[in-house]
Design a protein around this ligand. Structure first.
Ligand SMILES: N[C@@H](CCC(=O)N[C@@H](CS)C(=O)NCC(=O)O)C(=O)O
Length: 329
């Protein structure tokens, strides 16, 4: 995929996501502001992004696990009436990254009709040099991108809209933050990035390393989930929701398309039972459309350069009963 260079789209690969060993490695996100309850700057970026109903737009794509985090939070934190959601179309061969289709999309708060998501970035910063990624959080009022970093968007969604949105449990409570950060780092390295490293690294060695680390991590989580209901005990937290987008894609997409084929999640009794529980949380199945995830991932212009033929299986059994409540404290 191309990028923005000084505000212009280029297909040239200069923000390369491979390190010297051929390992797929993500670029840092460009926009890192935070929405806060009173609009103060915290913990980084510019001030001025106050939590207000109807002010912000979340750009996402169904196929993307990072965007999925933010879409899940929009449901879990009851923000559907407060933060707008715009799904970009899948990428097109010869296109300019994430797009809105031939008739385009009127960017809220502006008169601009955008054909591509990168135009939303240049409305915000006309000279920017960056990859253009989902999720992207847009502010209609200041006509700027607030953030394109999913880990931070979900933290904002967790608490910034308290008092505006209906009450919901906090998913990263202060007294659990260190534990959550620690397990997030482990899951990020071995699983969130691990599946991409298996699918998109360009040397055997880089793939082998990622593959070993990925299955060691899944084995460790399988063991952990044998004696506790969630990753951090009996409370469902951010850590679980950062794992879920990869678990749900694992058997239909990563196992076959990303060469993650030692074991399926279905072969892990605890992980598969846990995945069913998360999928069955109210509202989550509706924003976990596996057929659309497959279409984006295996599409010709998708991330792994598949031939466009979408594998039909496996059967979706995620609505089958789980018995995770037997582990409740
Ligand atoms: N660090 C970012 C990564 C997001 C990301 O890599 N999204 C992918 C889709 S799954 C993307 O938009 N890639 C386009 C590109 O890198 O050019 C986040 O977590 O928000």
């Amino acid at each position: 995929m191309g990028h923005l260079l000084d505000g212009a789209w280029t297909d040239e690969e200069f923000l390369v996501e491979l390190d010297d060993a051929g390992t797929y490695t993500k670029q840092p996100s460009k926009f890192r502001n935070w929405i806060t309850a009173d609009g103060s700057a915290a913990p980084m970026g510019e001030a001025g992004f106050k939590a207000e109903a109807g002010r912000y737009v979340l750009y996402a794509a169904v196929s993307c696990p990072w965007a999925h985090r933010a879409v899940l939070y929009r449901v879990l934190k009851k923000l559907e009436e407060i933060v707008d959601l715009v799904d970009t179309n899948e990428q097109e061969i010869g296109g300019q990254g994430w797009g809105f289709g031939p008739s385009g999309h009127r960017v809220p708060g502006t008169e601009h009709n955008a054909r591509w998501l990168h135009e939303v970035y240049t409305l915000s910063d006309p000279e920017c040099t960056t990859r253009v990624t989902v999720p992207t959080l847009w502010d209609k009022k200041t006509q700027t991108v607030v953030s394109n970093e999913s880990s931070e968007i979900i933290r904002m969604f967790d608490t910034a809209f308290e008092g505006i949105a209906p009450p919901t449990p906090v998913l990263c409570p202060d007294d659990m933050r260190d534990e959550i950060d620690a397990i997030n780092t482990f899951v990020l390295e071995s699983i969130n990035n691990g599946v991409n490293r298996c699918g998109r690294s360009i040397t055997q060695e880089a793939y082998d390393n990622a593959f070993e680390k990925l299955f060691e991590a899944l084995d460790a989580l399988e063991e952990r989930l044998g004696h506790q209901r969630y990753l951090l005990g009996d409370r469902l937290t951010e850590a679980d929701w950062r794992l879920y987008p990869n678990l749900i894609r694992f058997d239909p997409i990563y196992y076959i398309g990303y060469r993650c084929n030692l074991r399926r999640i279905a072969d892990y009794p605890n992980l598969s039972n846990y995945l069913r529980e998360l999928y069955q949380v109210p509202g989550i199945a509706e924003v976990s459309d596996i057929e659309n995830m497959k279409a984006g991932s295996f599409g010709k212009a998708g991330p792994i350069g598949w031939d466009g033929i979408i594998p039909r299986g496996p059967e979706n059994t995620l609505m089958q009963p789980h018995d995770r409540d037997k582990l409740a404290a």
